[in-house]
Design a binder for this molecule. Structure first.
Ligand code: CTP
Length: 409
């Protein structure tokens, strides 16, 4: 069983209140639930607990200062905002709530939140009078009117200052539970996604094969983001070293024929099929059972075509009353647009993600990519960045299409 938050990137933002010490345990609990956690702290939070504590508990440097160029460059507001799937603000103090409501960007936490497009869970904690203050109540009401904000707590009980009343940070288990609920209610909640990734390998004899340098990174990034957004993900993965993301079912295959079999038995029960694998186009007509001995002269091997996994799957699902969205990749070195559009038509796809693999920073083995996505109407998206960022943009493009009827006939 996978942990409830495995594969999720969660940013914990800590405000400056006495309950900040509880945020330390919250980071541990979220990690125990499977999440990757990074932390941002306000200046006030750093008065209560140290960034070093949070660095040790989260396993990552902590973002505390937008004007520290070393921080901002490597794990600062834009990086953290792009990385996170979800933000948990704990404790959300009266001051922090006011600044978020006001759209301010005057510290590490608020600048990051301004750049963040995903869901935010507020876990307020403060003295009862501050909680009940009309301005605080107005700020909370205004924030919760926006769909991206949710709240857990505050709870009622004894407070740090000796008062008893409303304002305690919610119990950690309740914050974790609210995080899980929010995380699995992402834009792909409950959607089933099938992805092919990596190369295939076609044997010539027991010790030789034909293949290509694909590392599977792009397909695995598409899988990771889908899982983080709530999808149930299966990756049919060729032979690669790249580790698969947590929380994703992996079906290991070696050859194009094996990939085809794994895809055909699953494709009719998914909502989206993304073919990111670099399938070997040829295999040897005869595979020698023993190691071929080399002669002095040239060697002739007859290659035959492997099955086209994507085209075969597309043919199978077309005509079904409800078919998955079909997304292909086109790795090209020239005439990118024309070839990509040709594949979109020929394989009867909804989208094709085209990249020029001859460009630096795009294609096999890199951590970055630069793509143009086409649909039947023409260019639909351009995206450049880490493969995870490109994958996020791709899912952003797919969300509205998933909720409308699938259809190119
Ligand atoms: N594809 C596939 N099975 C194959 C070949 C390709 O599923 N045997 C899929 C890829 O995963 C990708 C798309 O088809 O989503 C296009 O792959 P690409 O290798 O760029 O194109 P090909 O159709 O193989 O054409 P060519 O190699 O001639 O450019």
């Amino acid at each position: 069983m996978t942990e409830p938050l495995s594969g999720r990137n969660i940013a914990v933002a800590v405000g400056g209140g006495i309950a900040a010490y509880k945020a330390c345990d919250l980071v541990r609990e979220l990690r125990r639930a499977g999440a990757e956690v990074r932390v941002a702290m306000t200046k006030g939070a750093c008065e209560f607990i140290t960034p070093l504590t949070m660095q040790n508990l989260s396993g990552h440097p902590v973002f505390t200062d937008t004007f520290d160029s070393a921080q901002d460059q490597h794990y600062g507001h834009l990086t953290l905002a792009k990385w996170a799937d979800l933000f948990v603000i704990a404790p959300a103090t009266a001051d922090l709530l006011a600044r978020i409501k006001g759209g301010l960007g005057n510290d590490a936490v608020t600048t990051t939140l301004l750049a963040f497009r995903g869901p935010v869970l507020l876990a307020p904690a403060m003295n009862t009078a501050m909680w009940e203050h009309a301005e605080t109540q107005a700020n909370v009401t205004a924030l919760l009117a926006q769909p991206k904000y949710r709240m857990v707590g505050p709870a009622s009980g004894p407070l740090a200052d000796g008062d008893v009343g409303m304002g305690r940070l919610a119990e950690l288990k309740d914050i974790v539970q609210a995080t899980v609920t929010l995380a699995v209610s992402g834009p792909l909640a409950g959607k089933r996604v099938l992805i092919t990734a990596g190369p295939t390998r076609e044997a010539l004899d027991p010790v030789r094969f034909i293949s290509n340098p694909s590392t599977g990174k792009m397909g695995l990034a598409v899988a990771e983001v889908a899982r983080a957004q709530g999808a149930i993900v299966t990756v049919v993965l060729g032979p690669v070293e790249t580790p698969a993301p947590k929380g994703v079912e992996v079906v290991r295959v070696t050859t194009a024929d094996e990939m085809l079999a794994a895809v055909m038995s699953r494709v009719e029960s998914v909502d989206v099929f993304v073919a990111a694998a670099a399938v070997s186009d040829w295999k040897a007509e005869q595979v020698s059972a023993v190691k071929e001995k080399k002669g002095d002269g040239p060697q002739t091997i007859t290659f035959v075509r492997t099955p086209d996994v994507l085209a075969t799957a597309s043919a199978k699902v077309h005509g079904n009353p409800k078919r998955p969205l079909l997304v292909g990749f086109a790795a090209e070195t020239n005439d990118v647009e024309a070839y990509a559009k040709g594949k979109l038509e020929k394989k009867r796809l909804d989208l094709i993600v085209a990249n020029d693999v001859s460009k630096a920073g795009a294609g096999f083995g890199t951590d970055t990519n630069s793509v143009i996505v086409f649909d039947r109407a023409g260019e639909a998206l351009r995206s450049t960045g880490t493969k995870r960022e490109v994958a996020k943009d791709l899912w952003g493009l797919l969300h509205p299409r998933l909720h409308s009827t699938h259809g190119v006939g």
